[in-house]
Design a protein around this ligand. Sequence first.
Ligand SMILES: NC(=O)c1ccc[n+]([C@@H]2O[C@H](COP(=O)([O-])OP(=O)(O)OC[C@H]3O[C@@H](n4cnc5c(N)ncnc54)[C@H](OP(=O)(O)O)[C@@H]3O)[C@@H](O)[C@H]2O)c1
Length: 299
Amino acid sequence: MKAFVVGATGVLGRETVAELRARGHQVVALVRTPGAERAFAEYGIPAVRGDIFDAAVLERGARGVDAVFHLATRIPRKPIPKPRDFEETNRIRTEGTRLLAAAAKKAGAKTLLFQSIAFIYGDHAGAEVTEETLPLEHPLVRAALDGEQTTLDSGLRGVVLRGGYFFQRGAFHTEWMAEALRRHRLPLIGTGDAYINPVHPHDLARAFVRAAEQETPRGVYHVAAEPVEARVLYSEWARRLDAKPPRRIPYWLARLVIGEFAKMAAFRYRVSSQKIRREMGFRFEFPTYKEILDSLTAQ
Ligand SMILES: NC(=O)c1ccc[n+]([C@@H]2O[C@H](COP(=O)([O-])OP(=O)(O)OC[C@H]3O[C@@H](n4cnc5c(N)ncnc54)[C@H](OP(=O)(O)O)[C@@H]3O)[C@@H](O)[C@H]2O)c1
């Protein structure tokens, strides 16, 4: 298979390029800087330079390719972002996906794969949510759902993978949380009974490559390890870091400090990844938070 990867330099993109190559596929990367172009060239990976808003560049990258991977995002790298900090990511997911879908179609690609997010649901009192569960109607999830729909309506084989929350060494938010835990500055909201639906980006990358290889899957799939209550995950992580257990703050205080995100973070739902296991025979290398924490805290 030949793949065009948009977002190839990102946390998920780097894992996906490595997985594609490990499984013998050809890769063309979209890069934005000469440095990234050189870095890929050193590994024998051709690149096209430009960004997702440049239709001509996208067409060039997608020419002669079987599968196009949309893994680009621009999630704010700050602990407490404001909704307006998501404008660029929203544009990448809406306008960017439309441009990429059109380019992929024009270039004759067969498959379009889109990175979406699994944290799009409202409170379900700890119940399981599947790909059939109605998402929340909220500005913070609207762009992801728009990108999903563009992918599904593209006229190509459209595959949407809704990834859980990324935990990986070196990834901005993971390192920030580890540091906050060490300094006893990552509080649990309320009793900490909200579920975290984590995923190791290596597993999400593996899922993307399997979905491209298998040729029949289409539609929406969750990709998340076993859900875990925030108090369990963060207490165990703190213990492994030799830090004090996280303190608790009342919900009203979290609302005051992180606004709308506190509401989203307090929702209790468990993301089910049964569909990808069943339909693609997918097996997680990091099936629970324990393996994920092992990877974060191993010496
Ligand atoms: N599900 C999740 O939990 C989740 C999802 C996404 C991201 N994150 C996390 O959020 C942190 C920061 O995220 P990030 O969004 O910067 O992700 P990232 O994984 O660091 O990079 C995103 C990728 O998208 C590319 N990109 C950005 N804007 C683009 C554009 N206009 N055109 C083409 N490509 C573009 C980037 O290219 P450049 O290298 O040129 O910038 C990069 O390759 C990371 O630590 C990541 O782990 C978490």
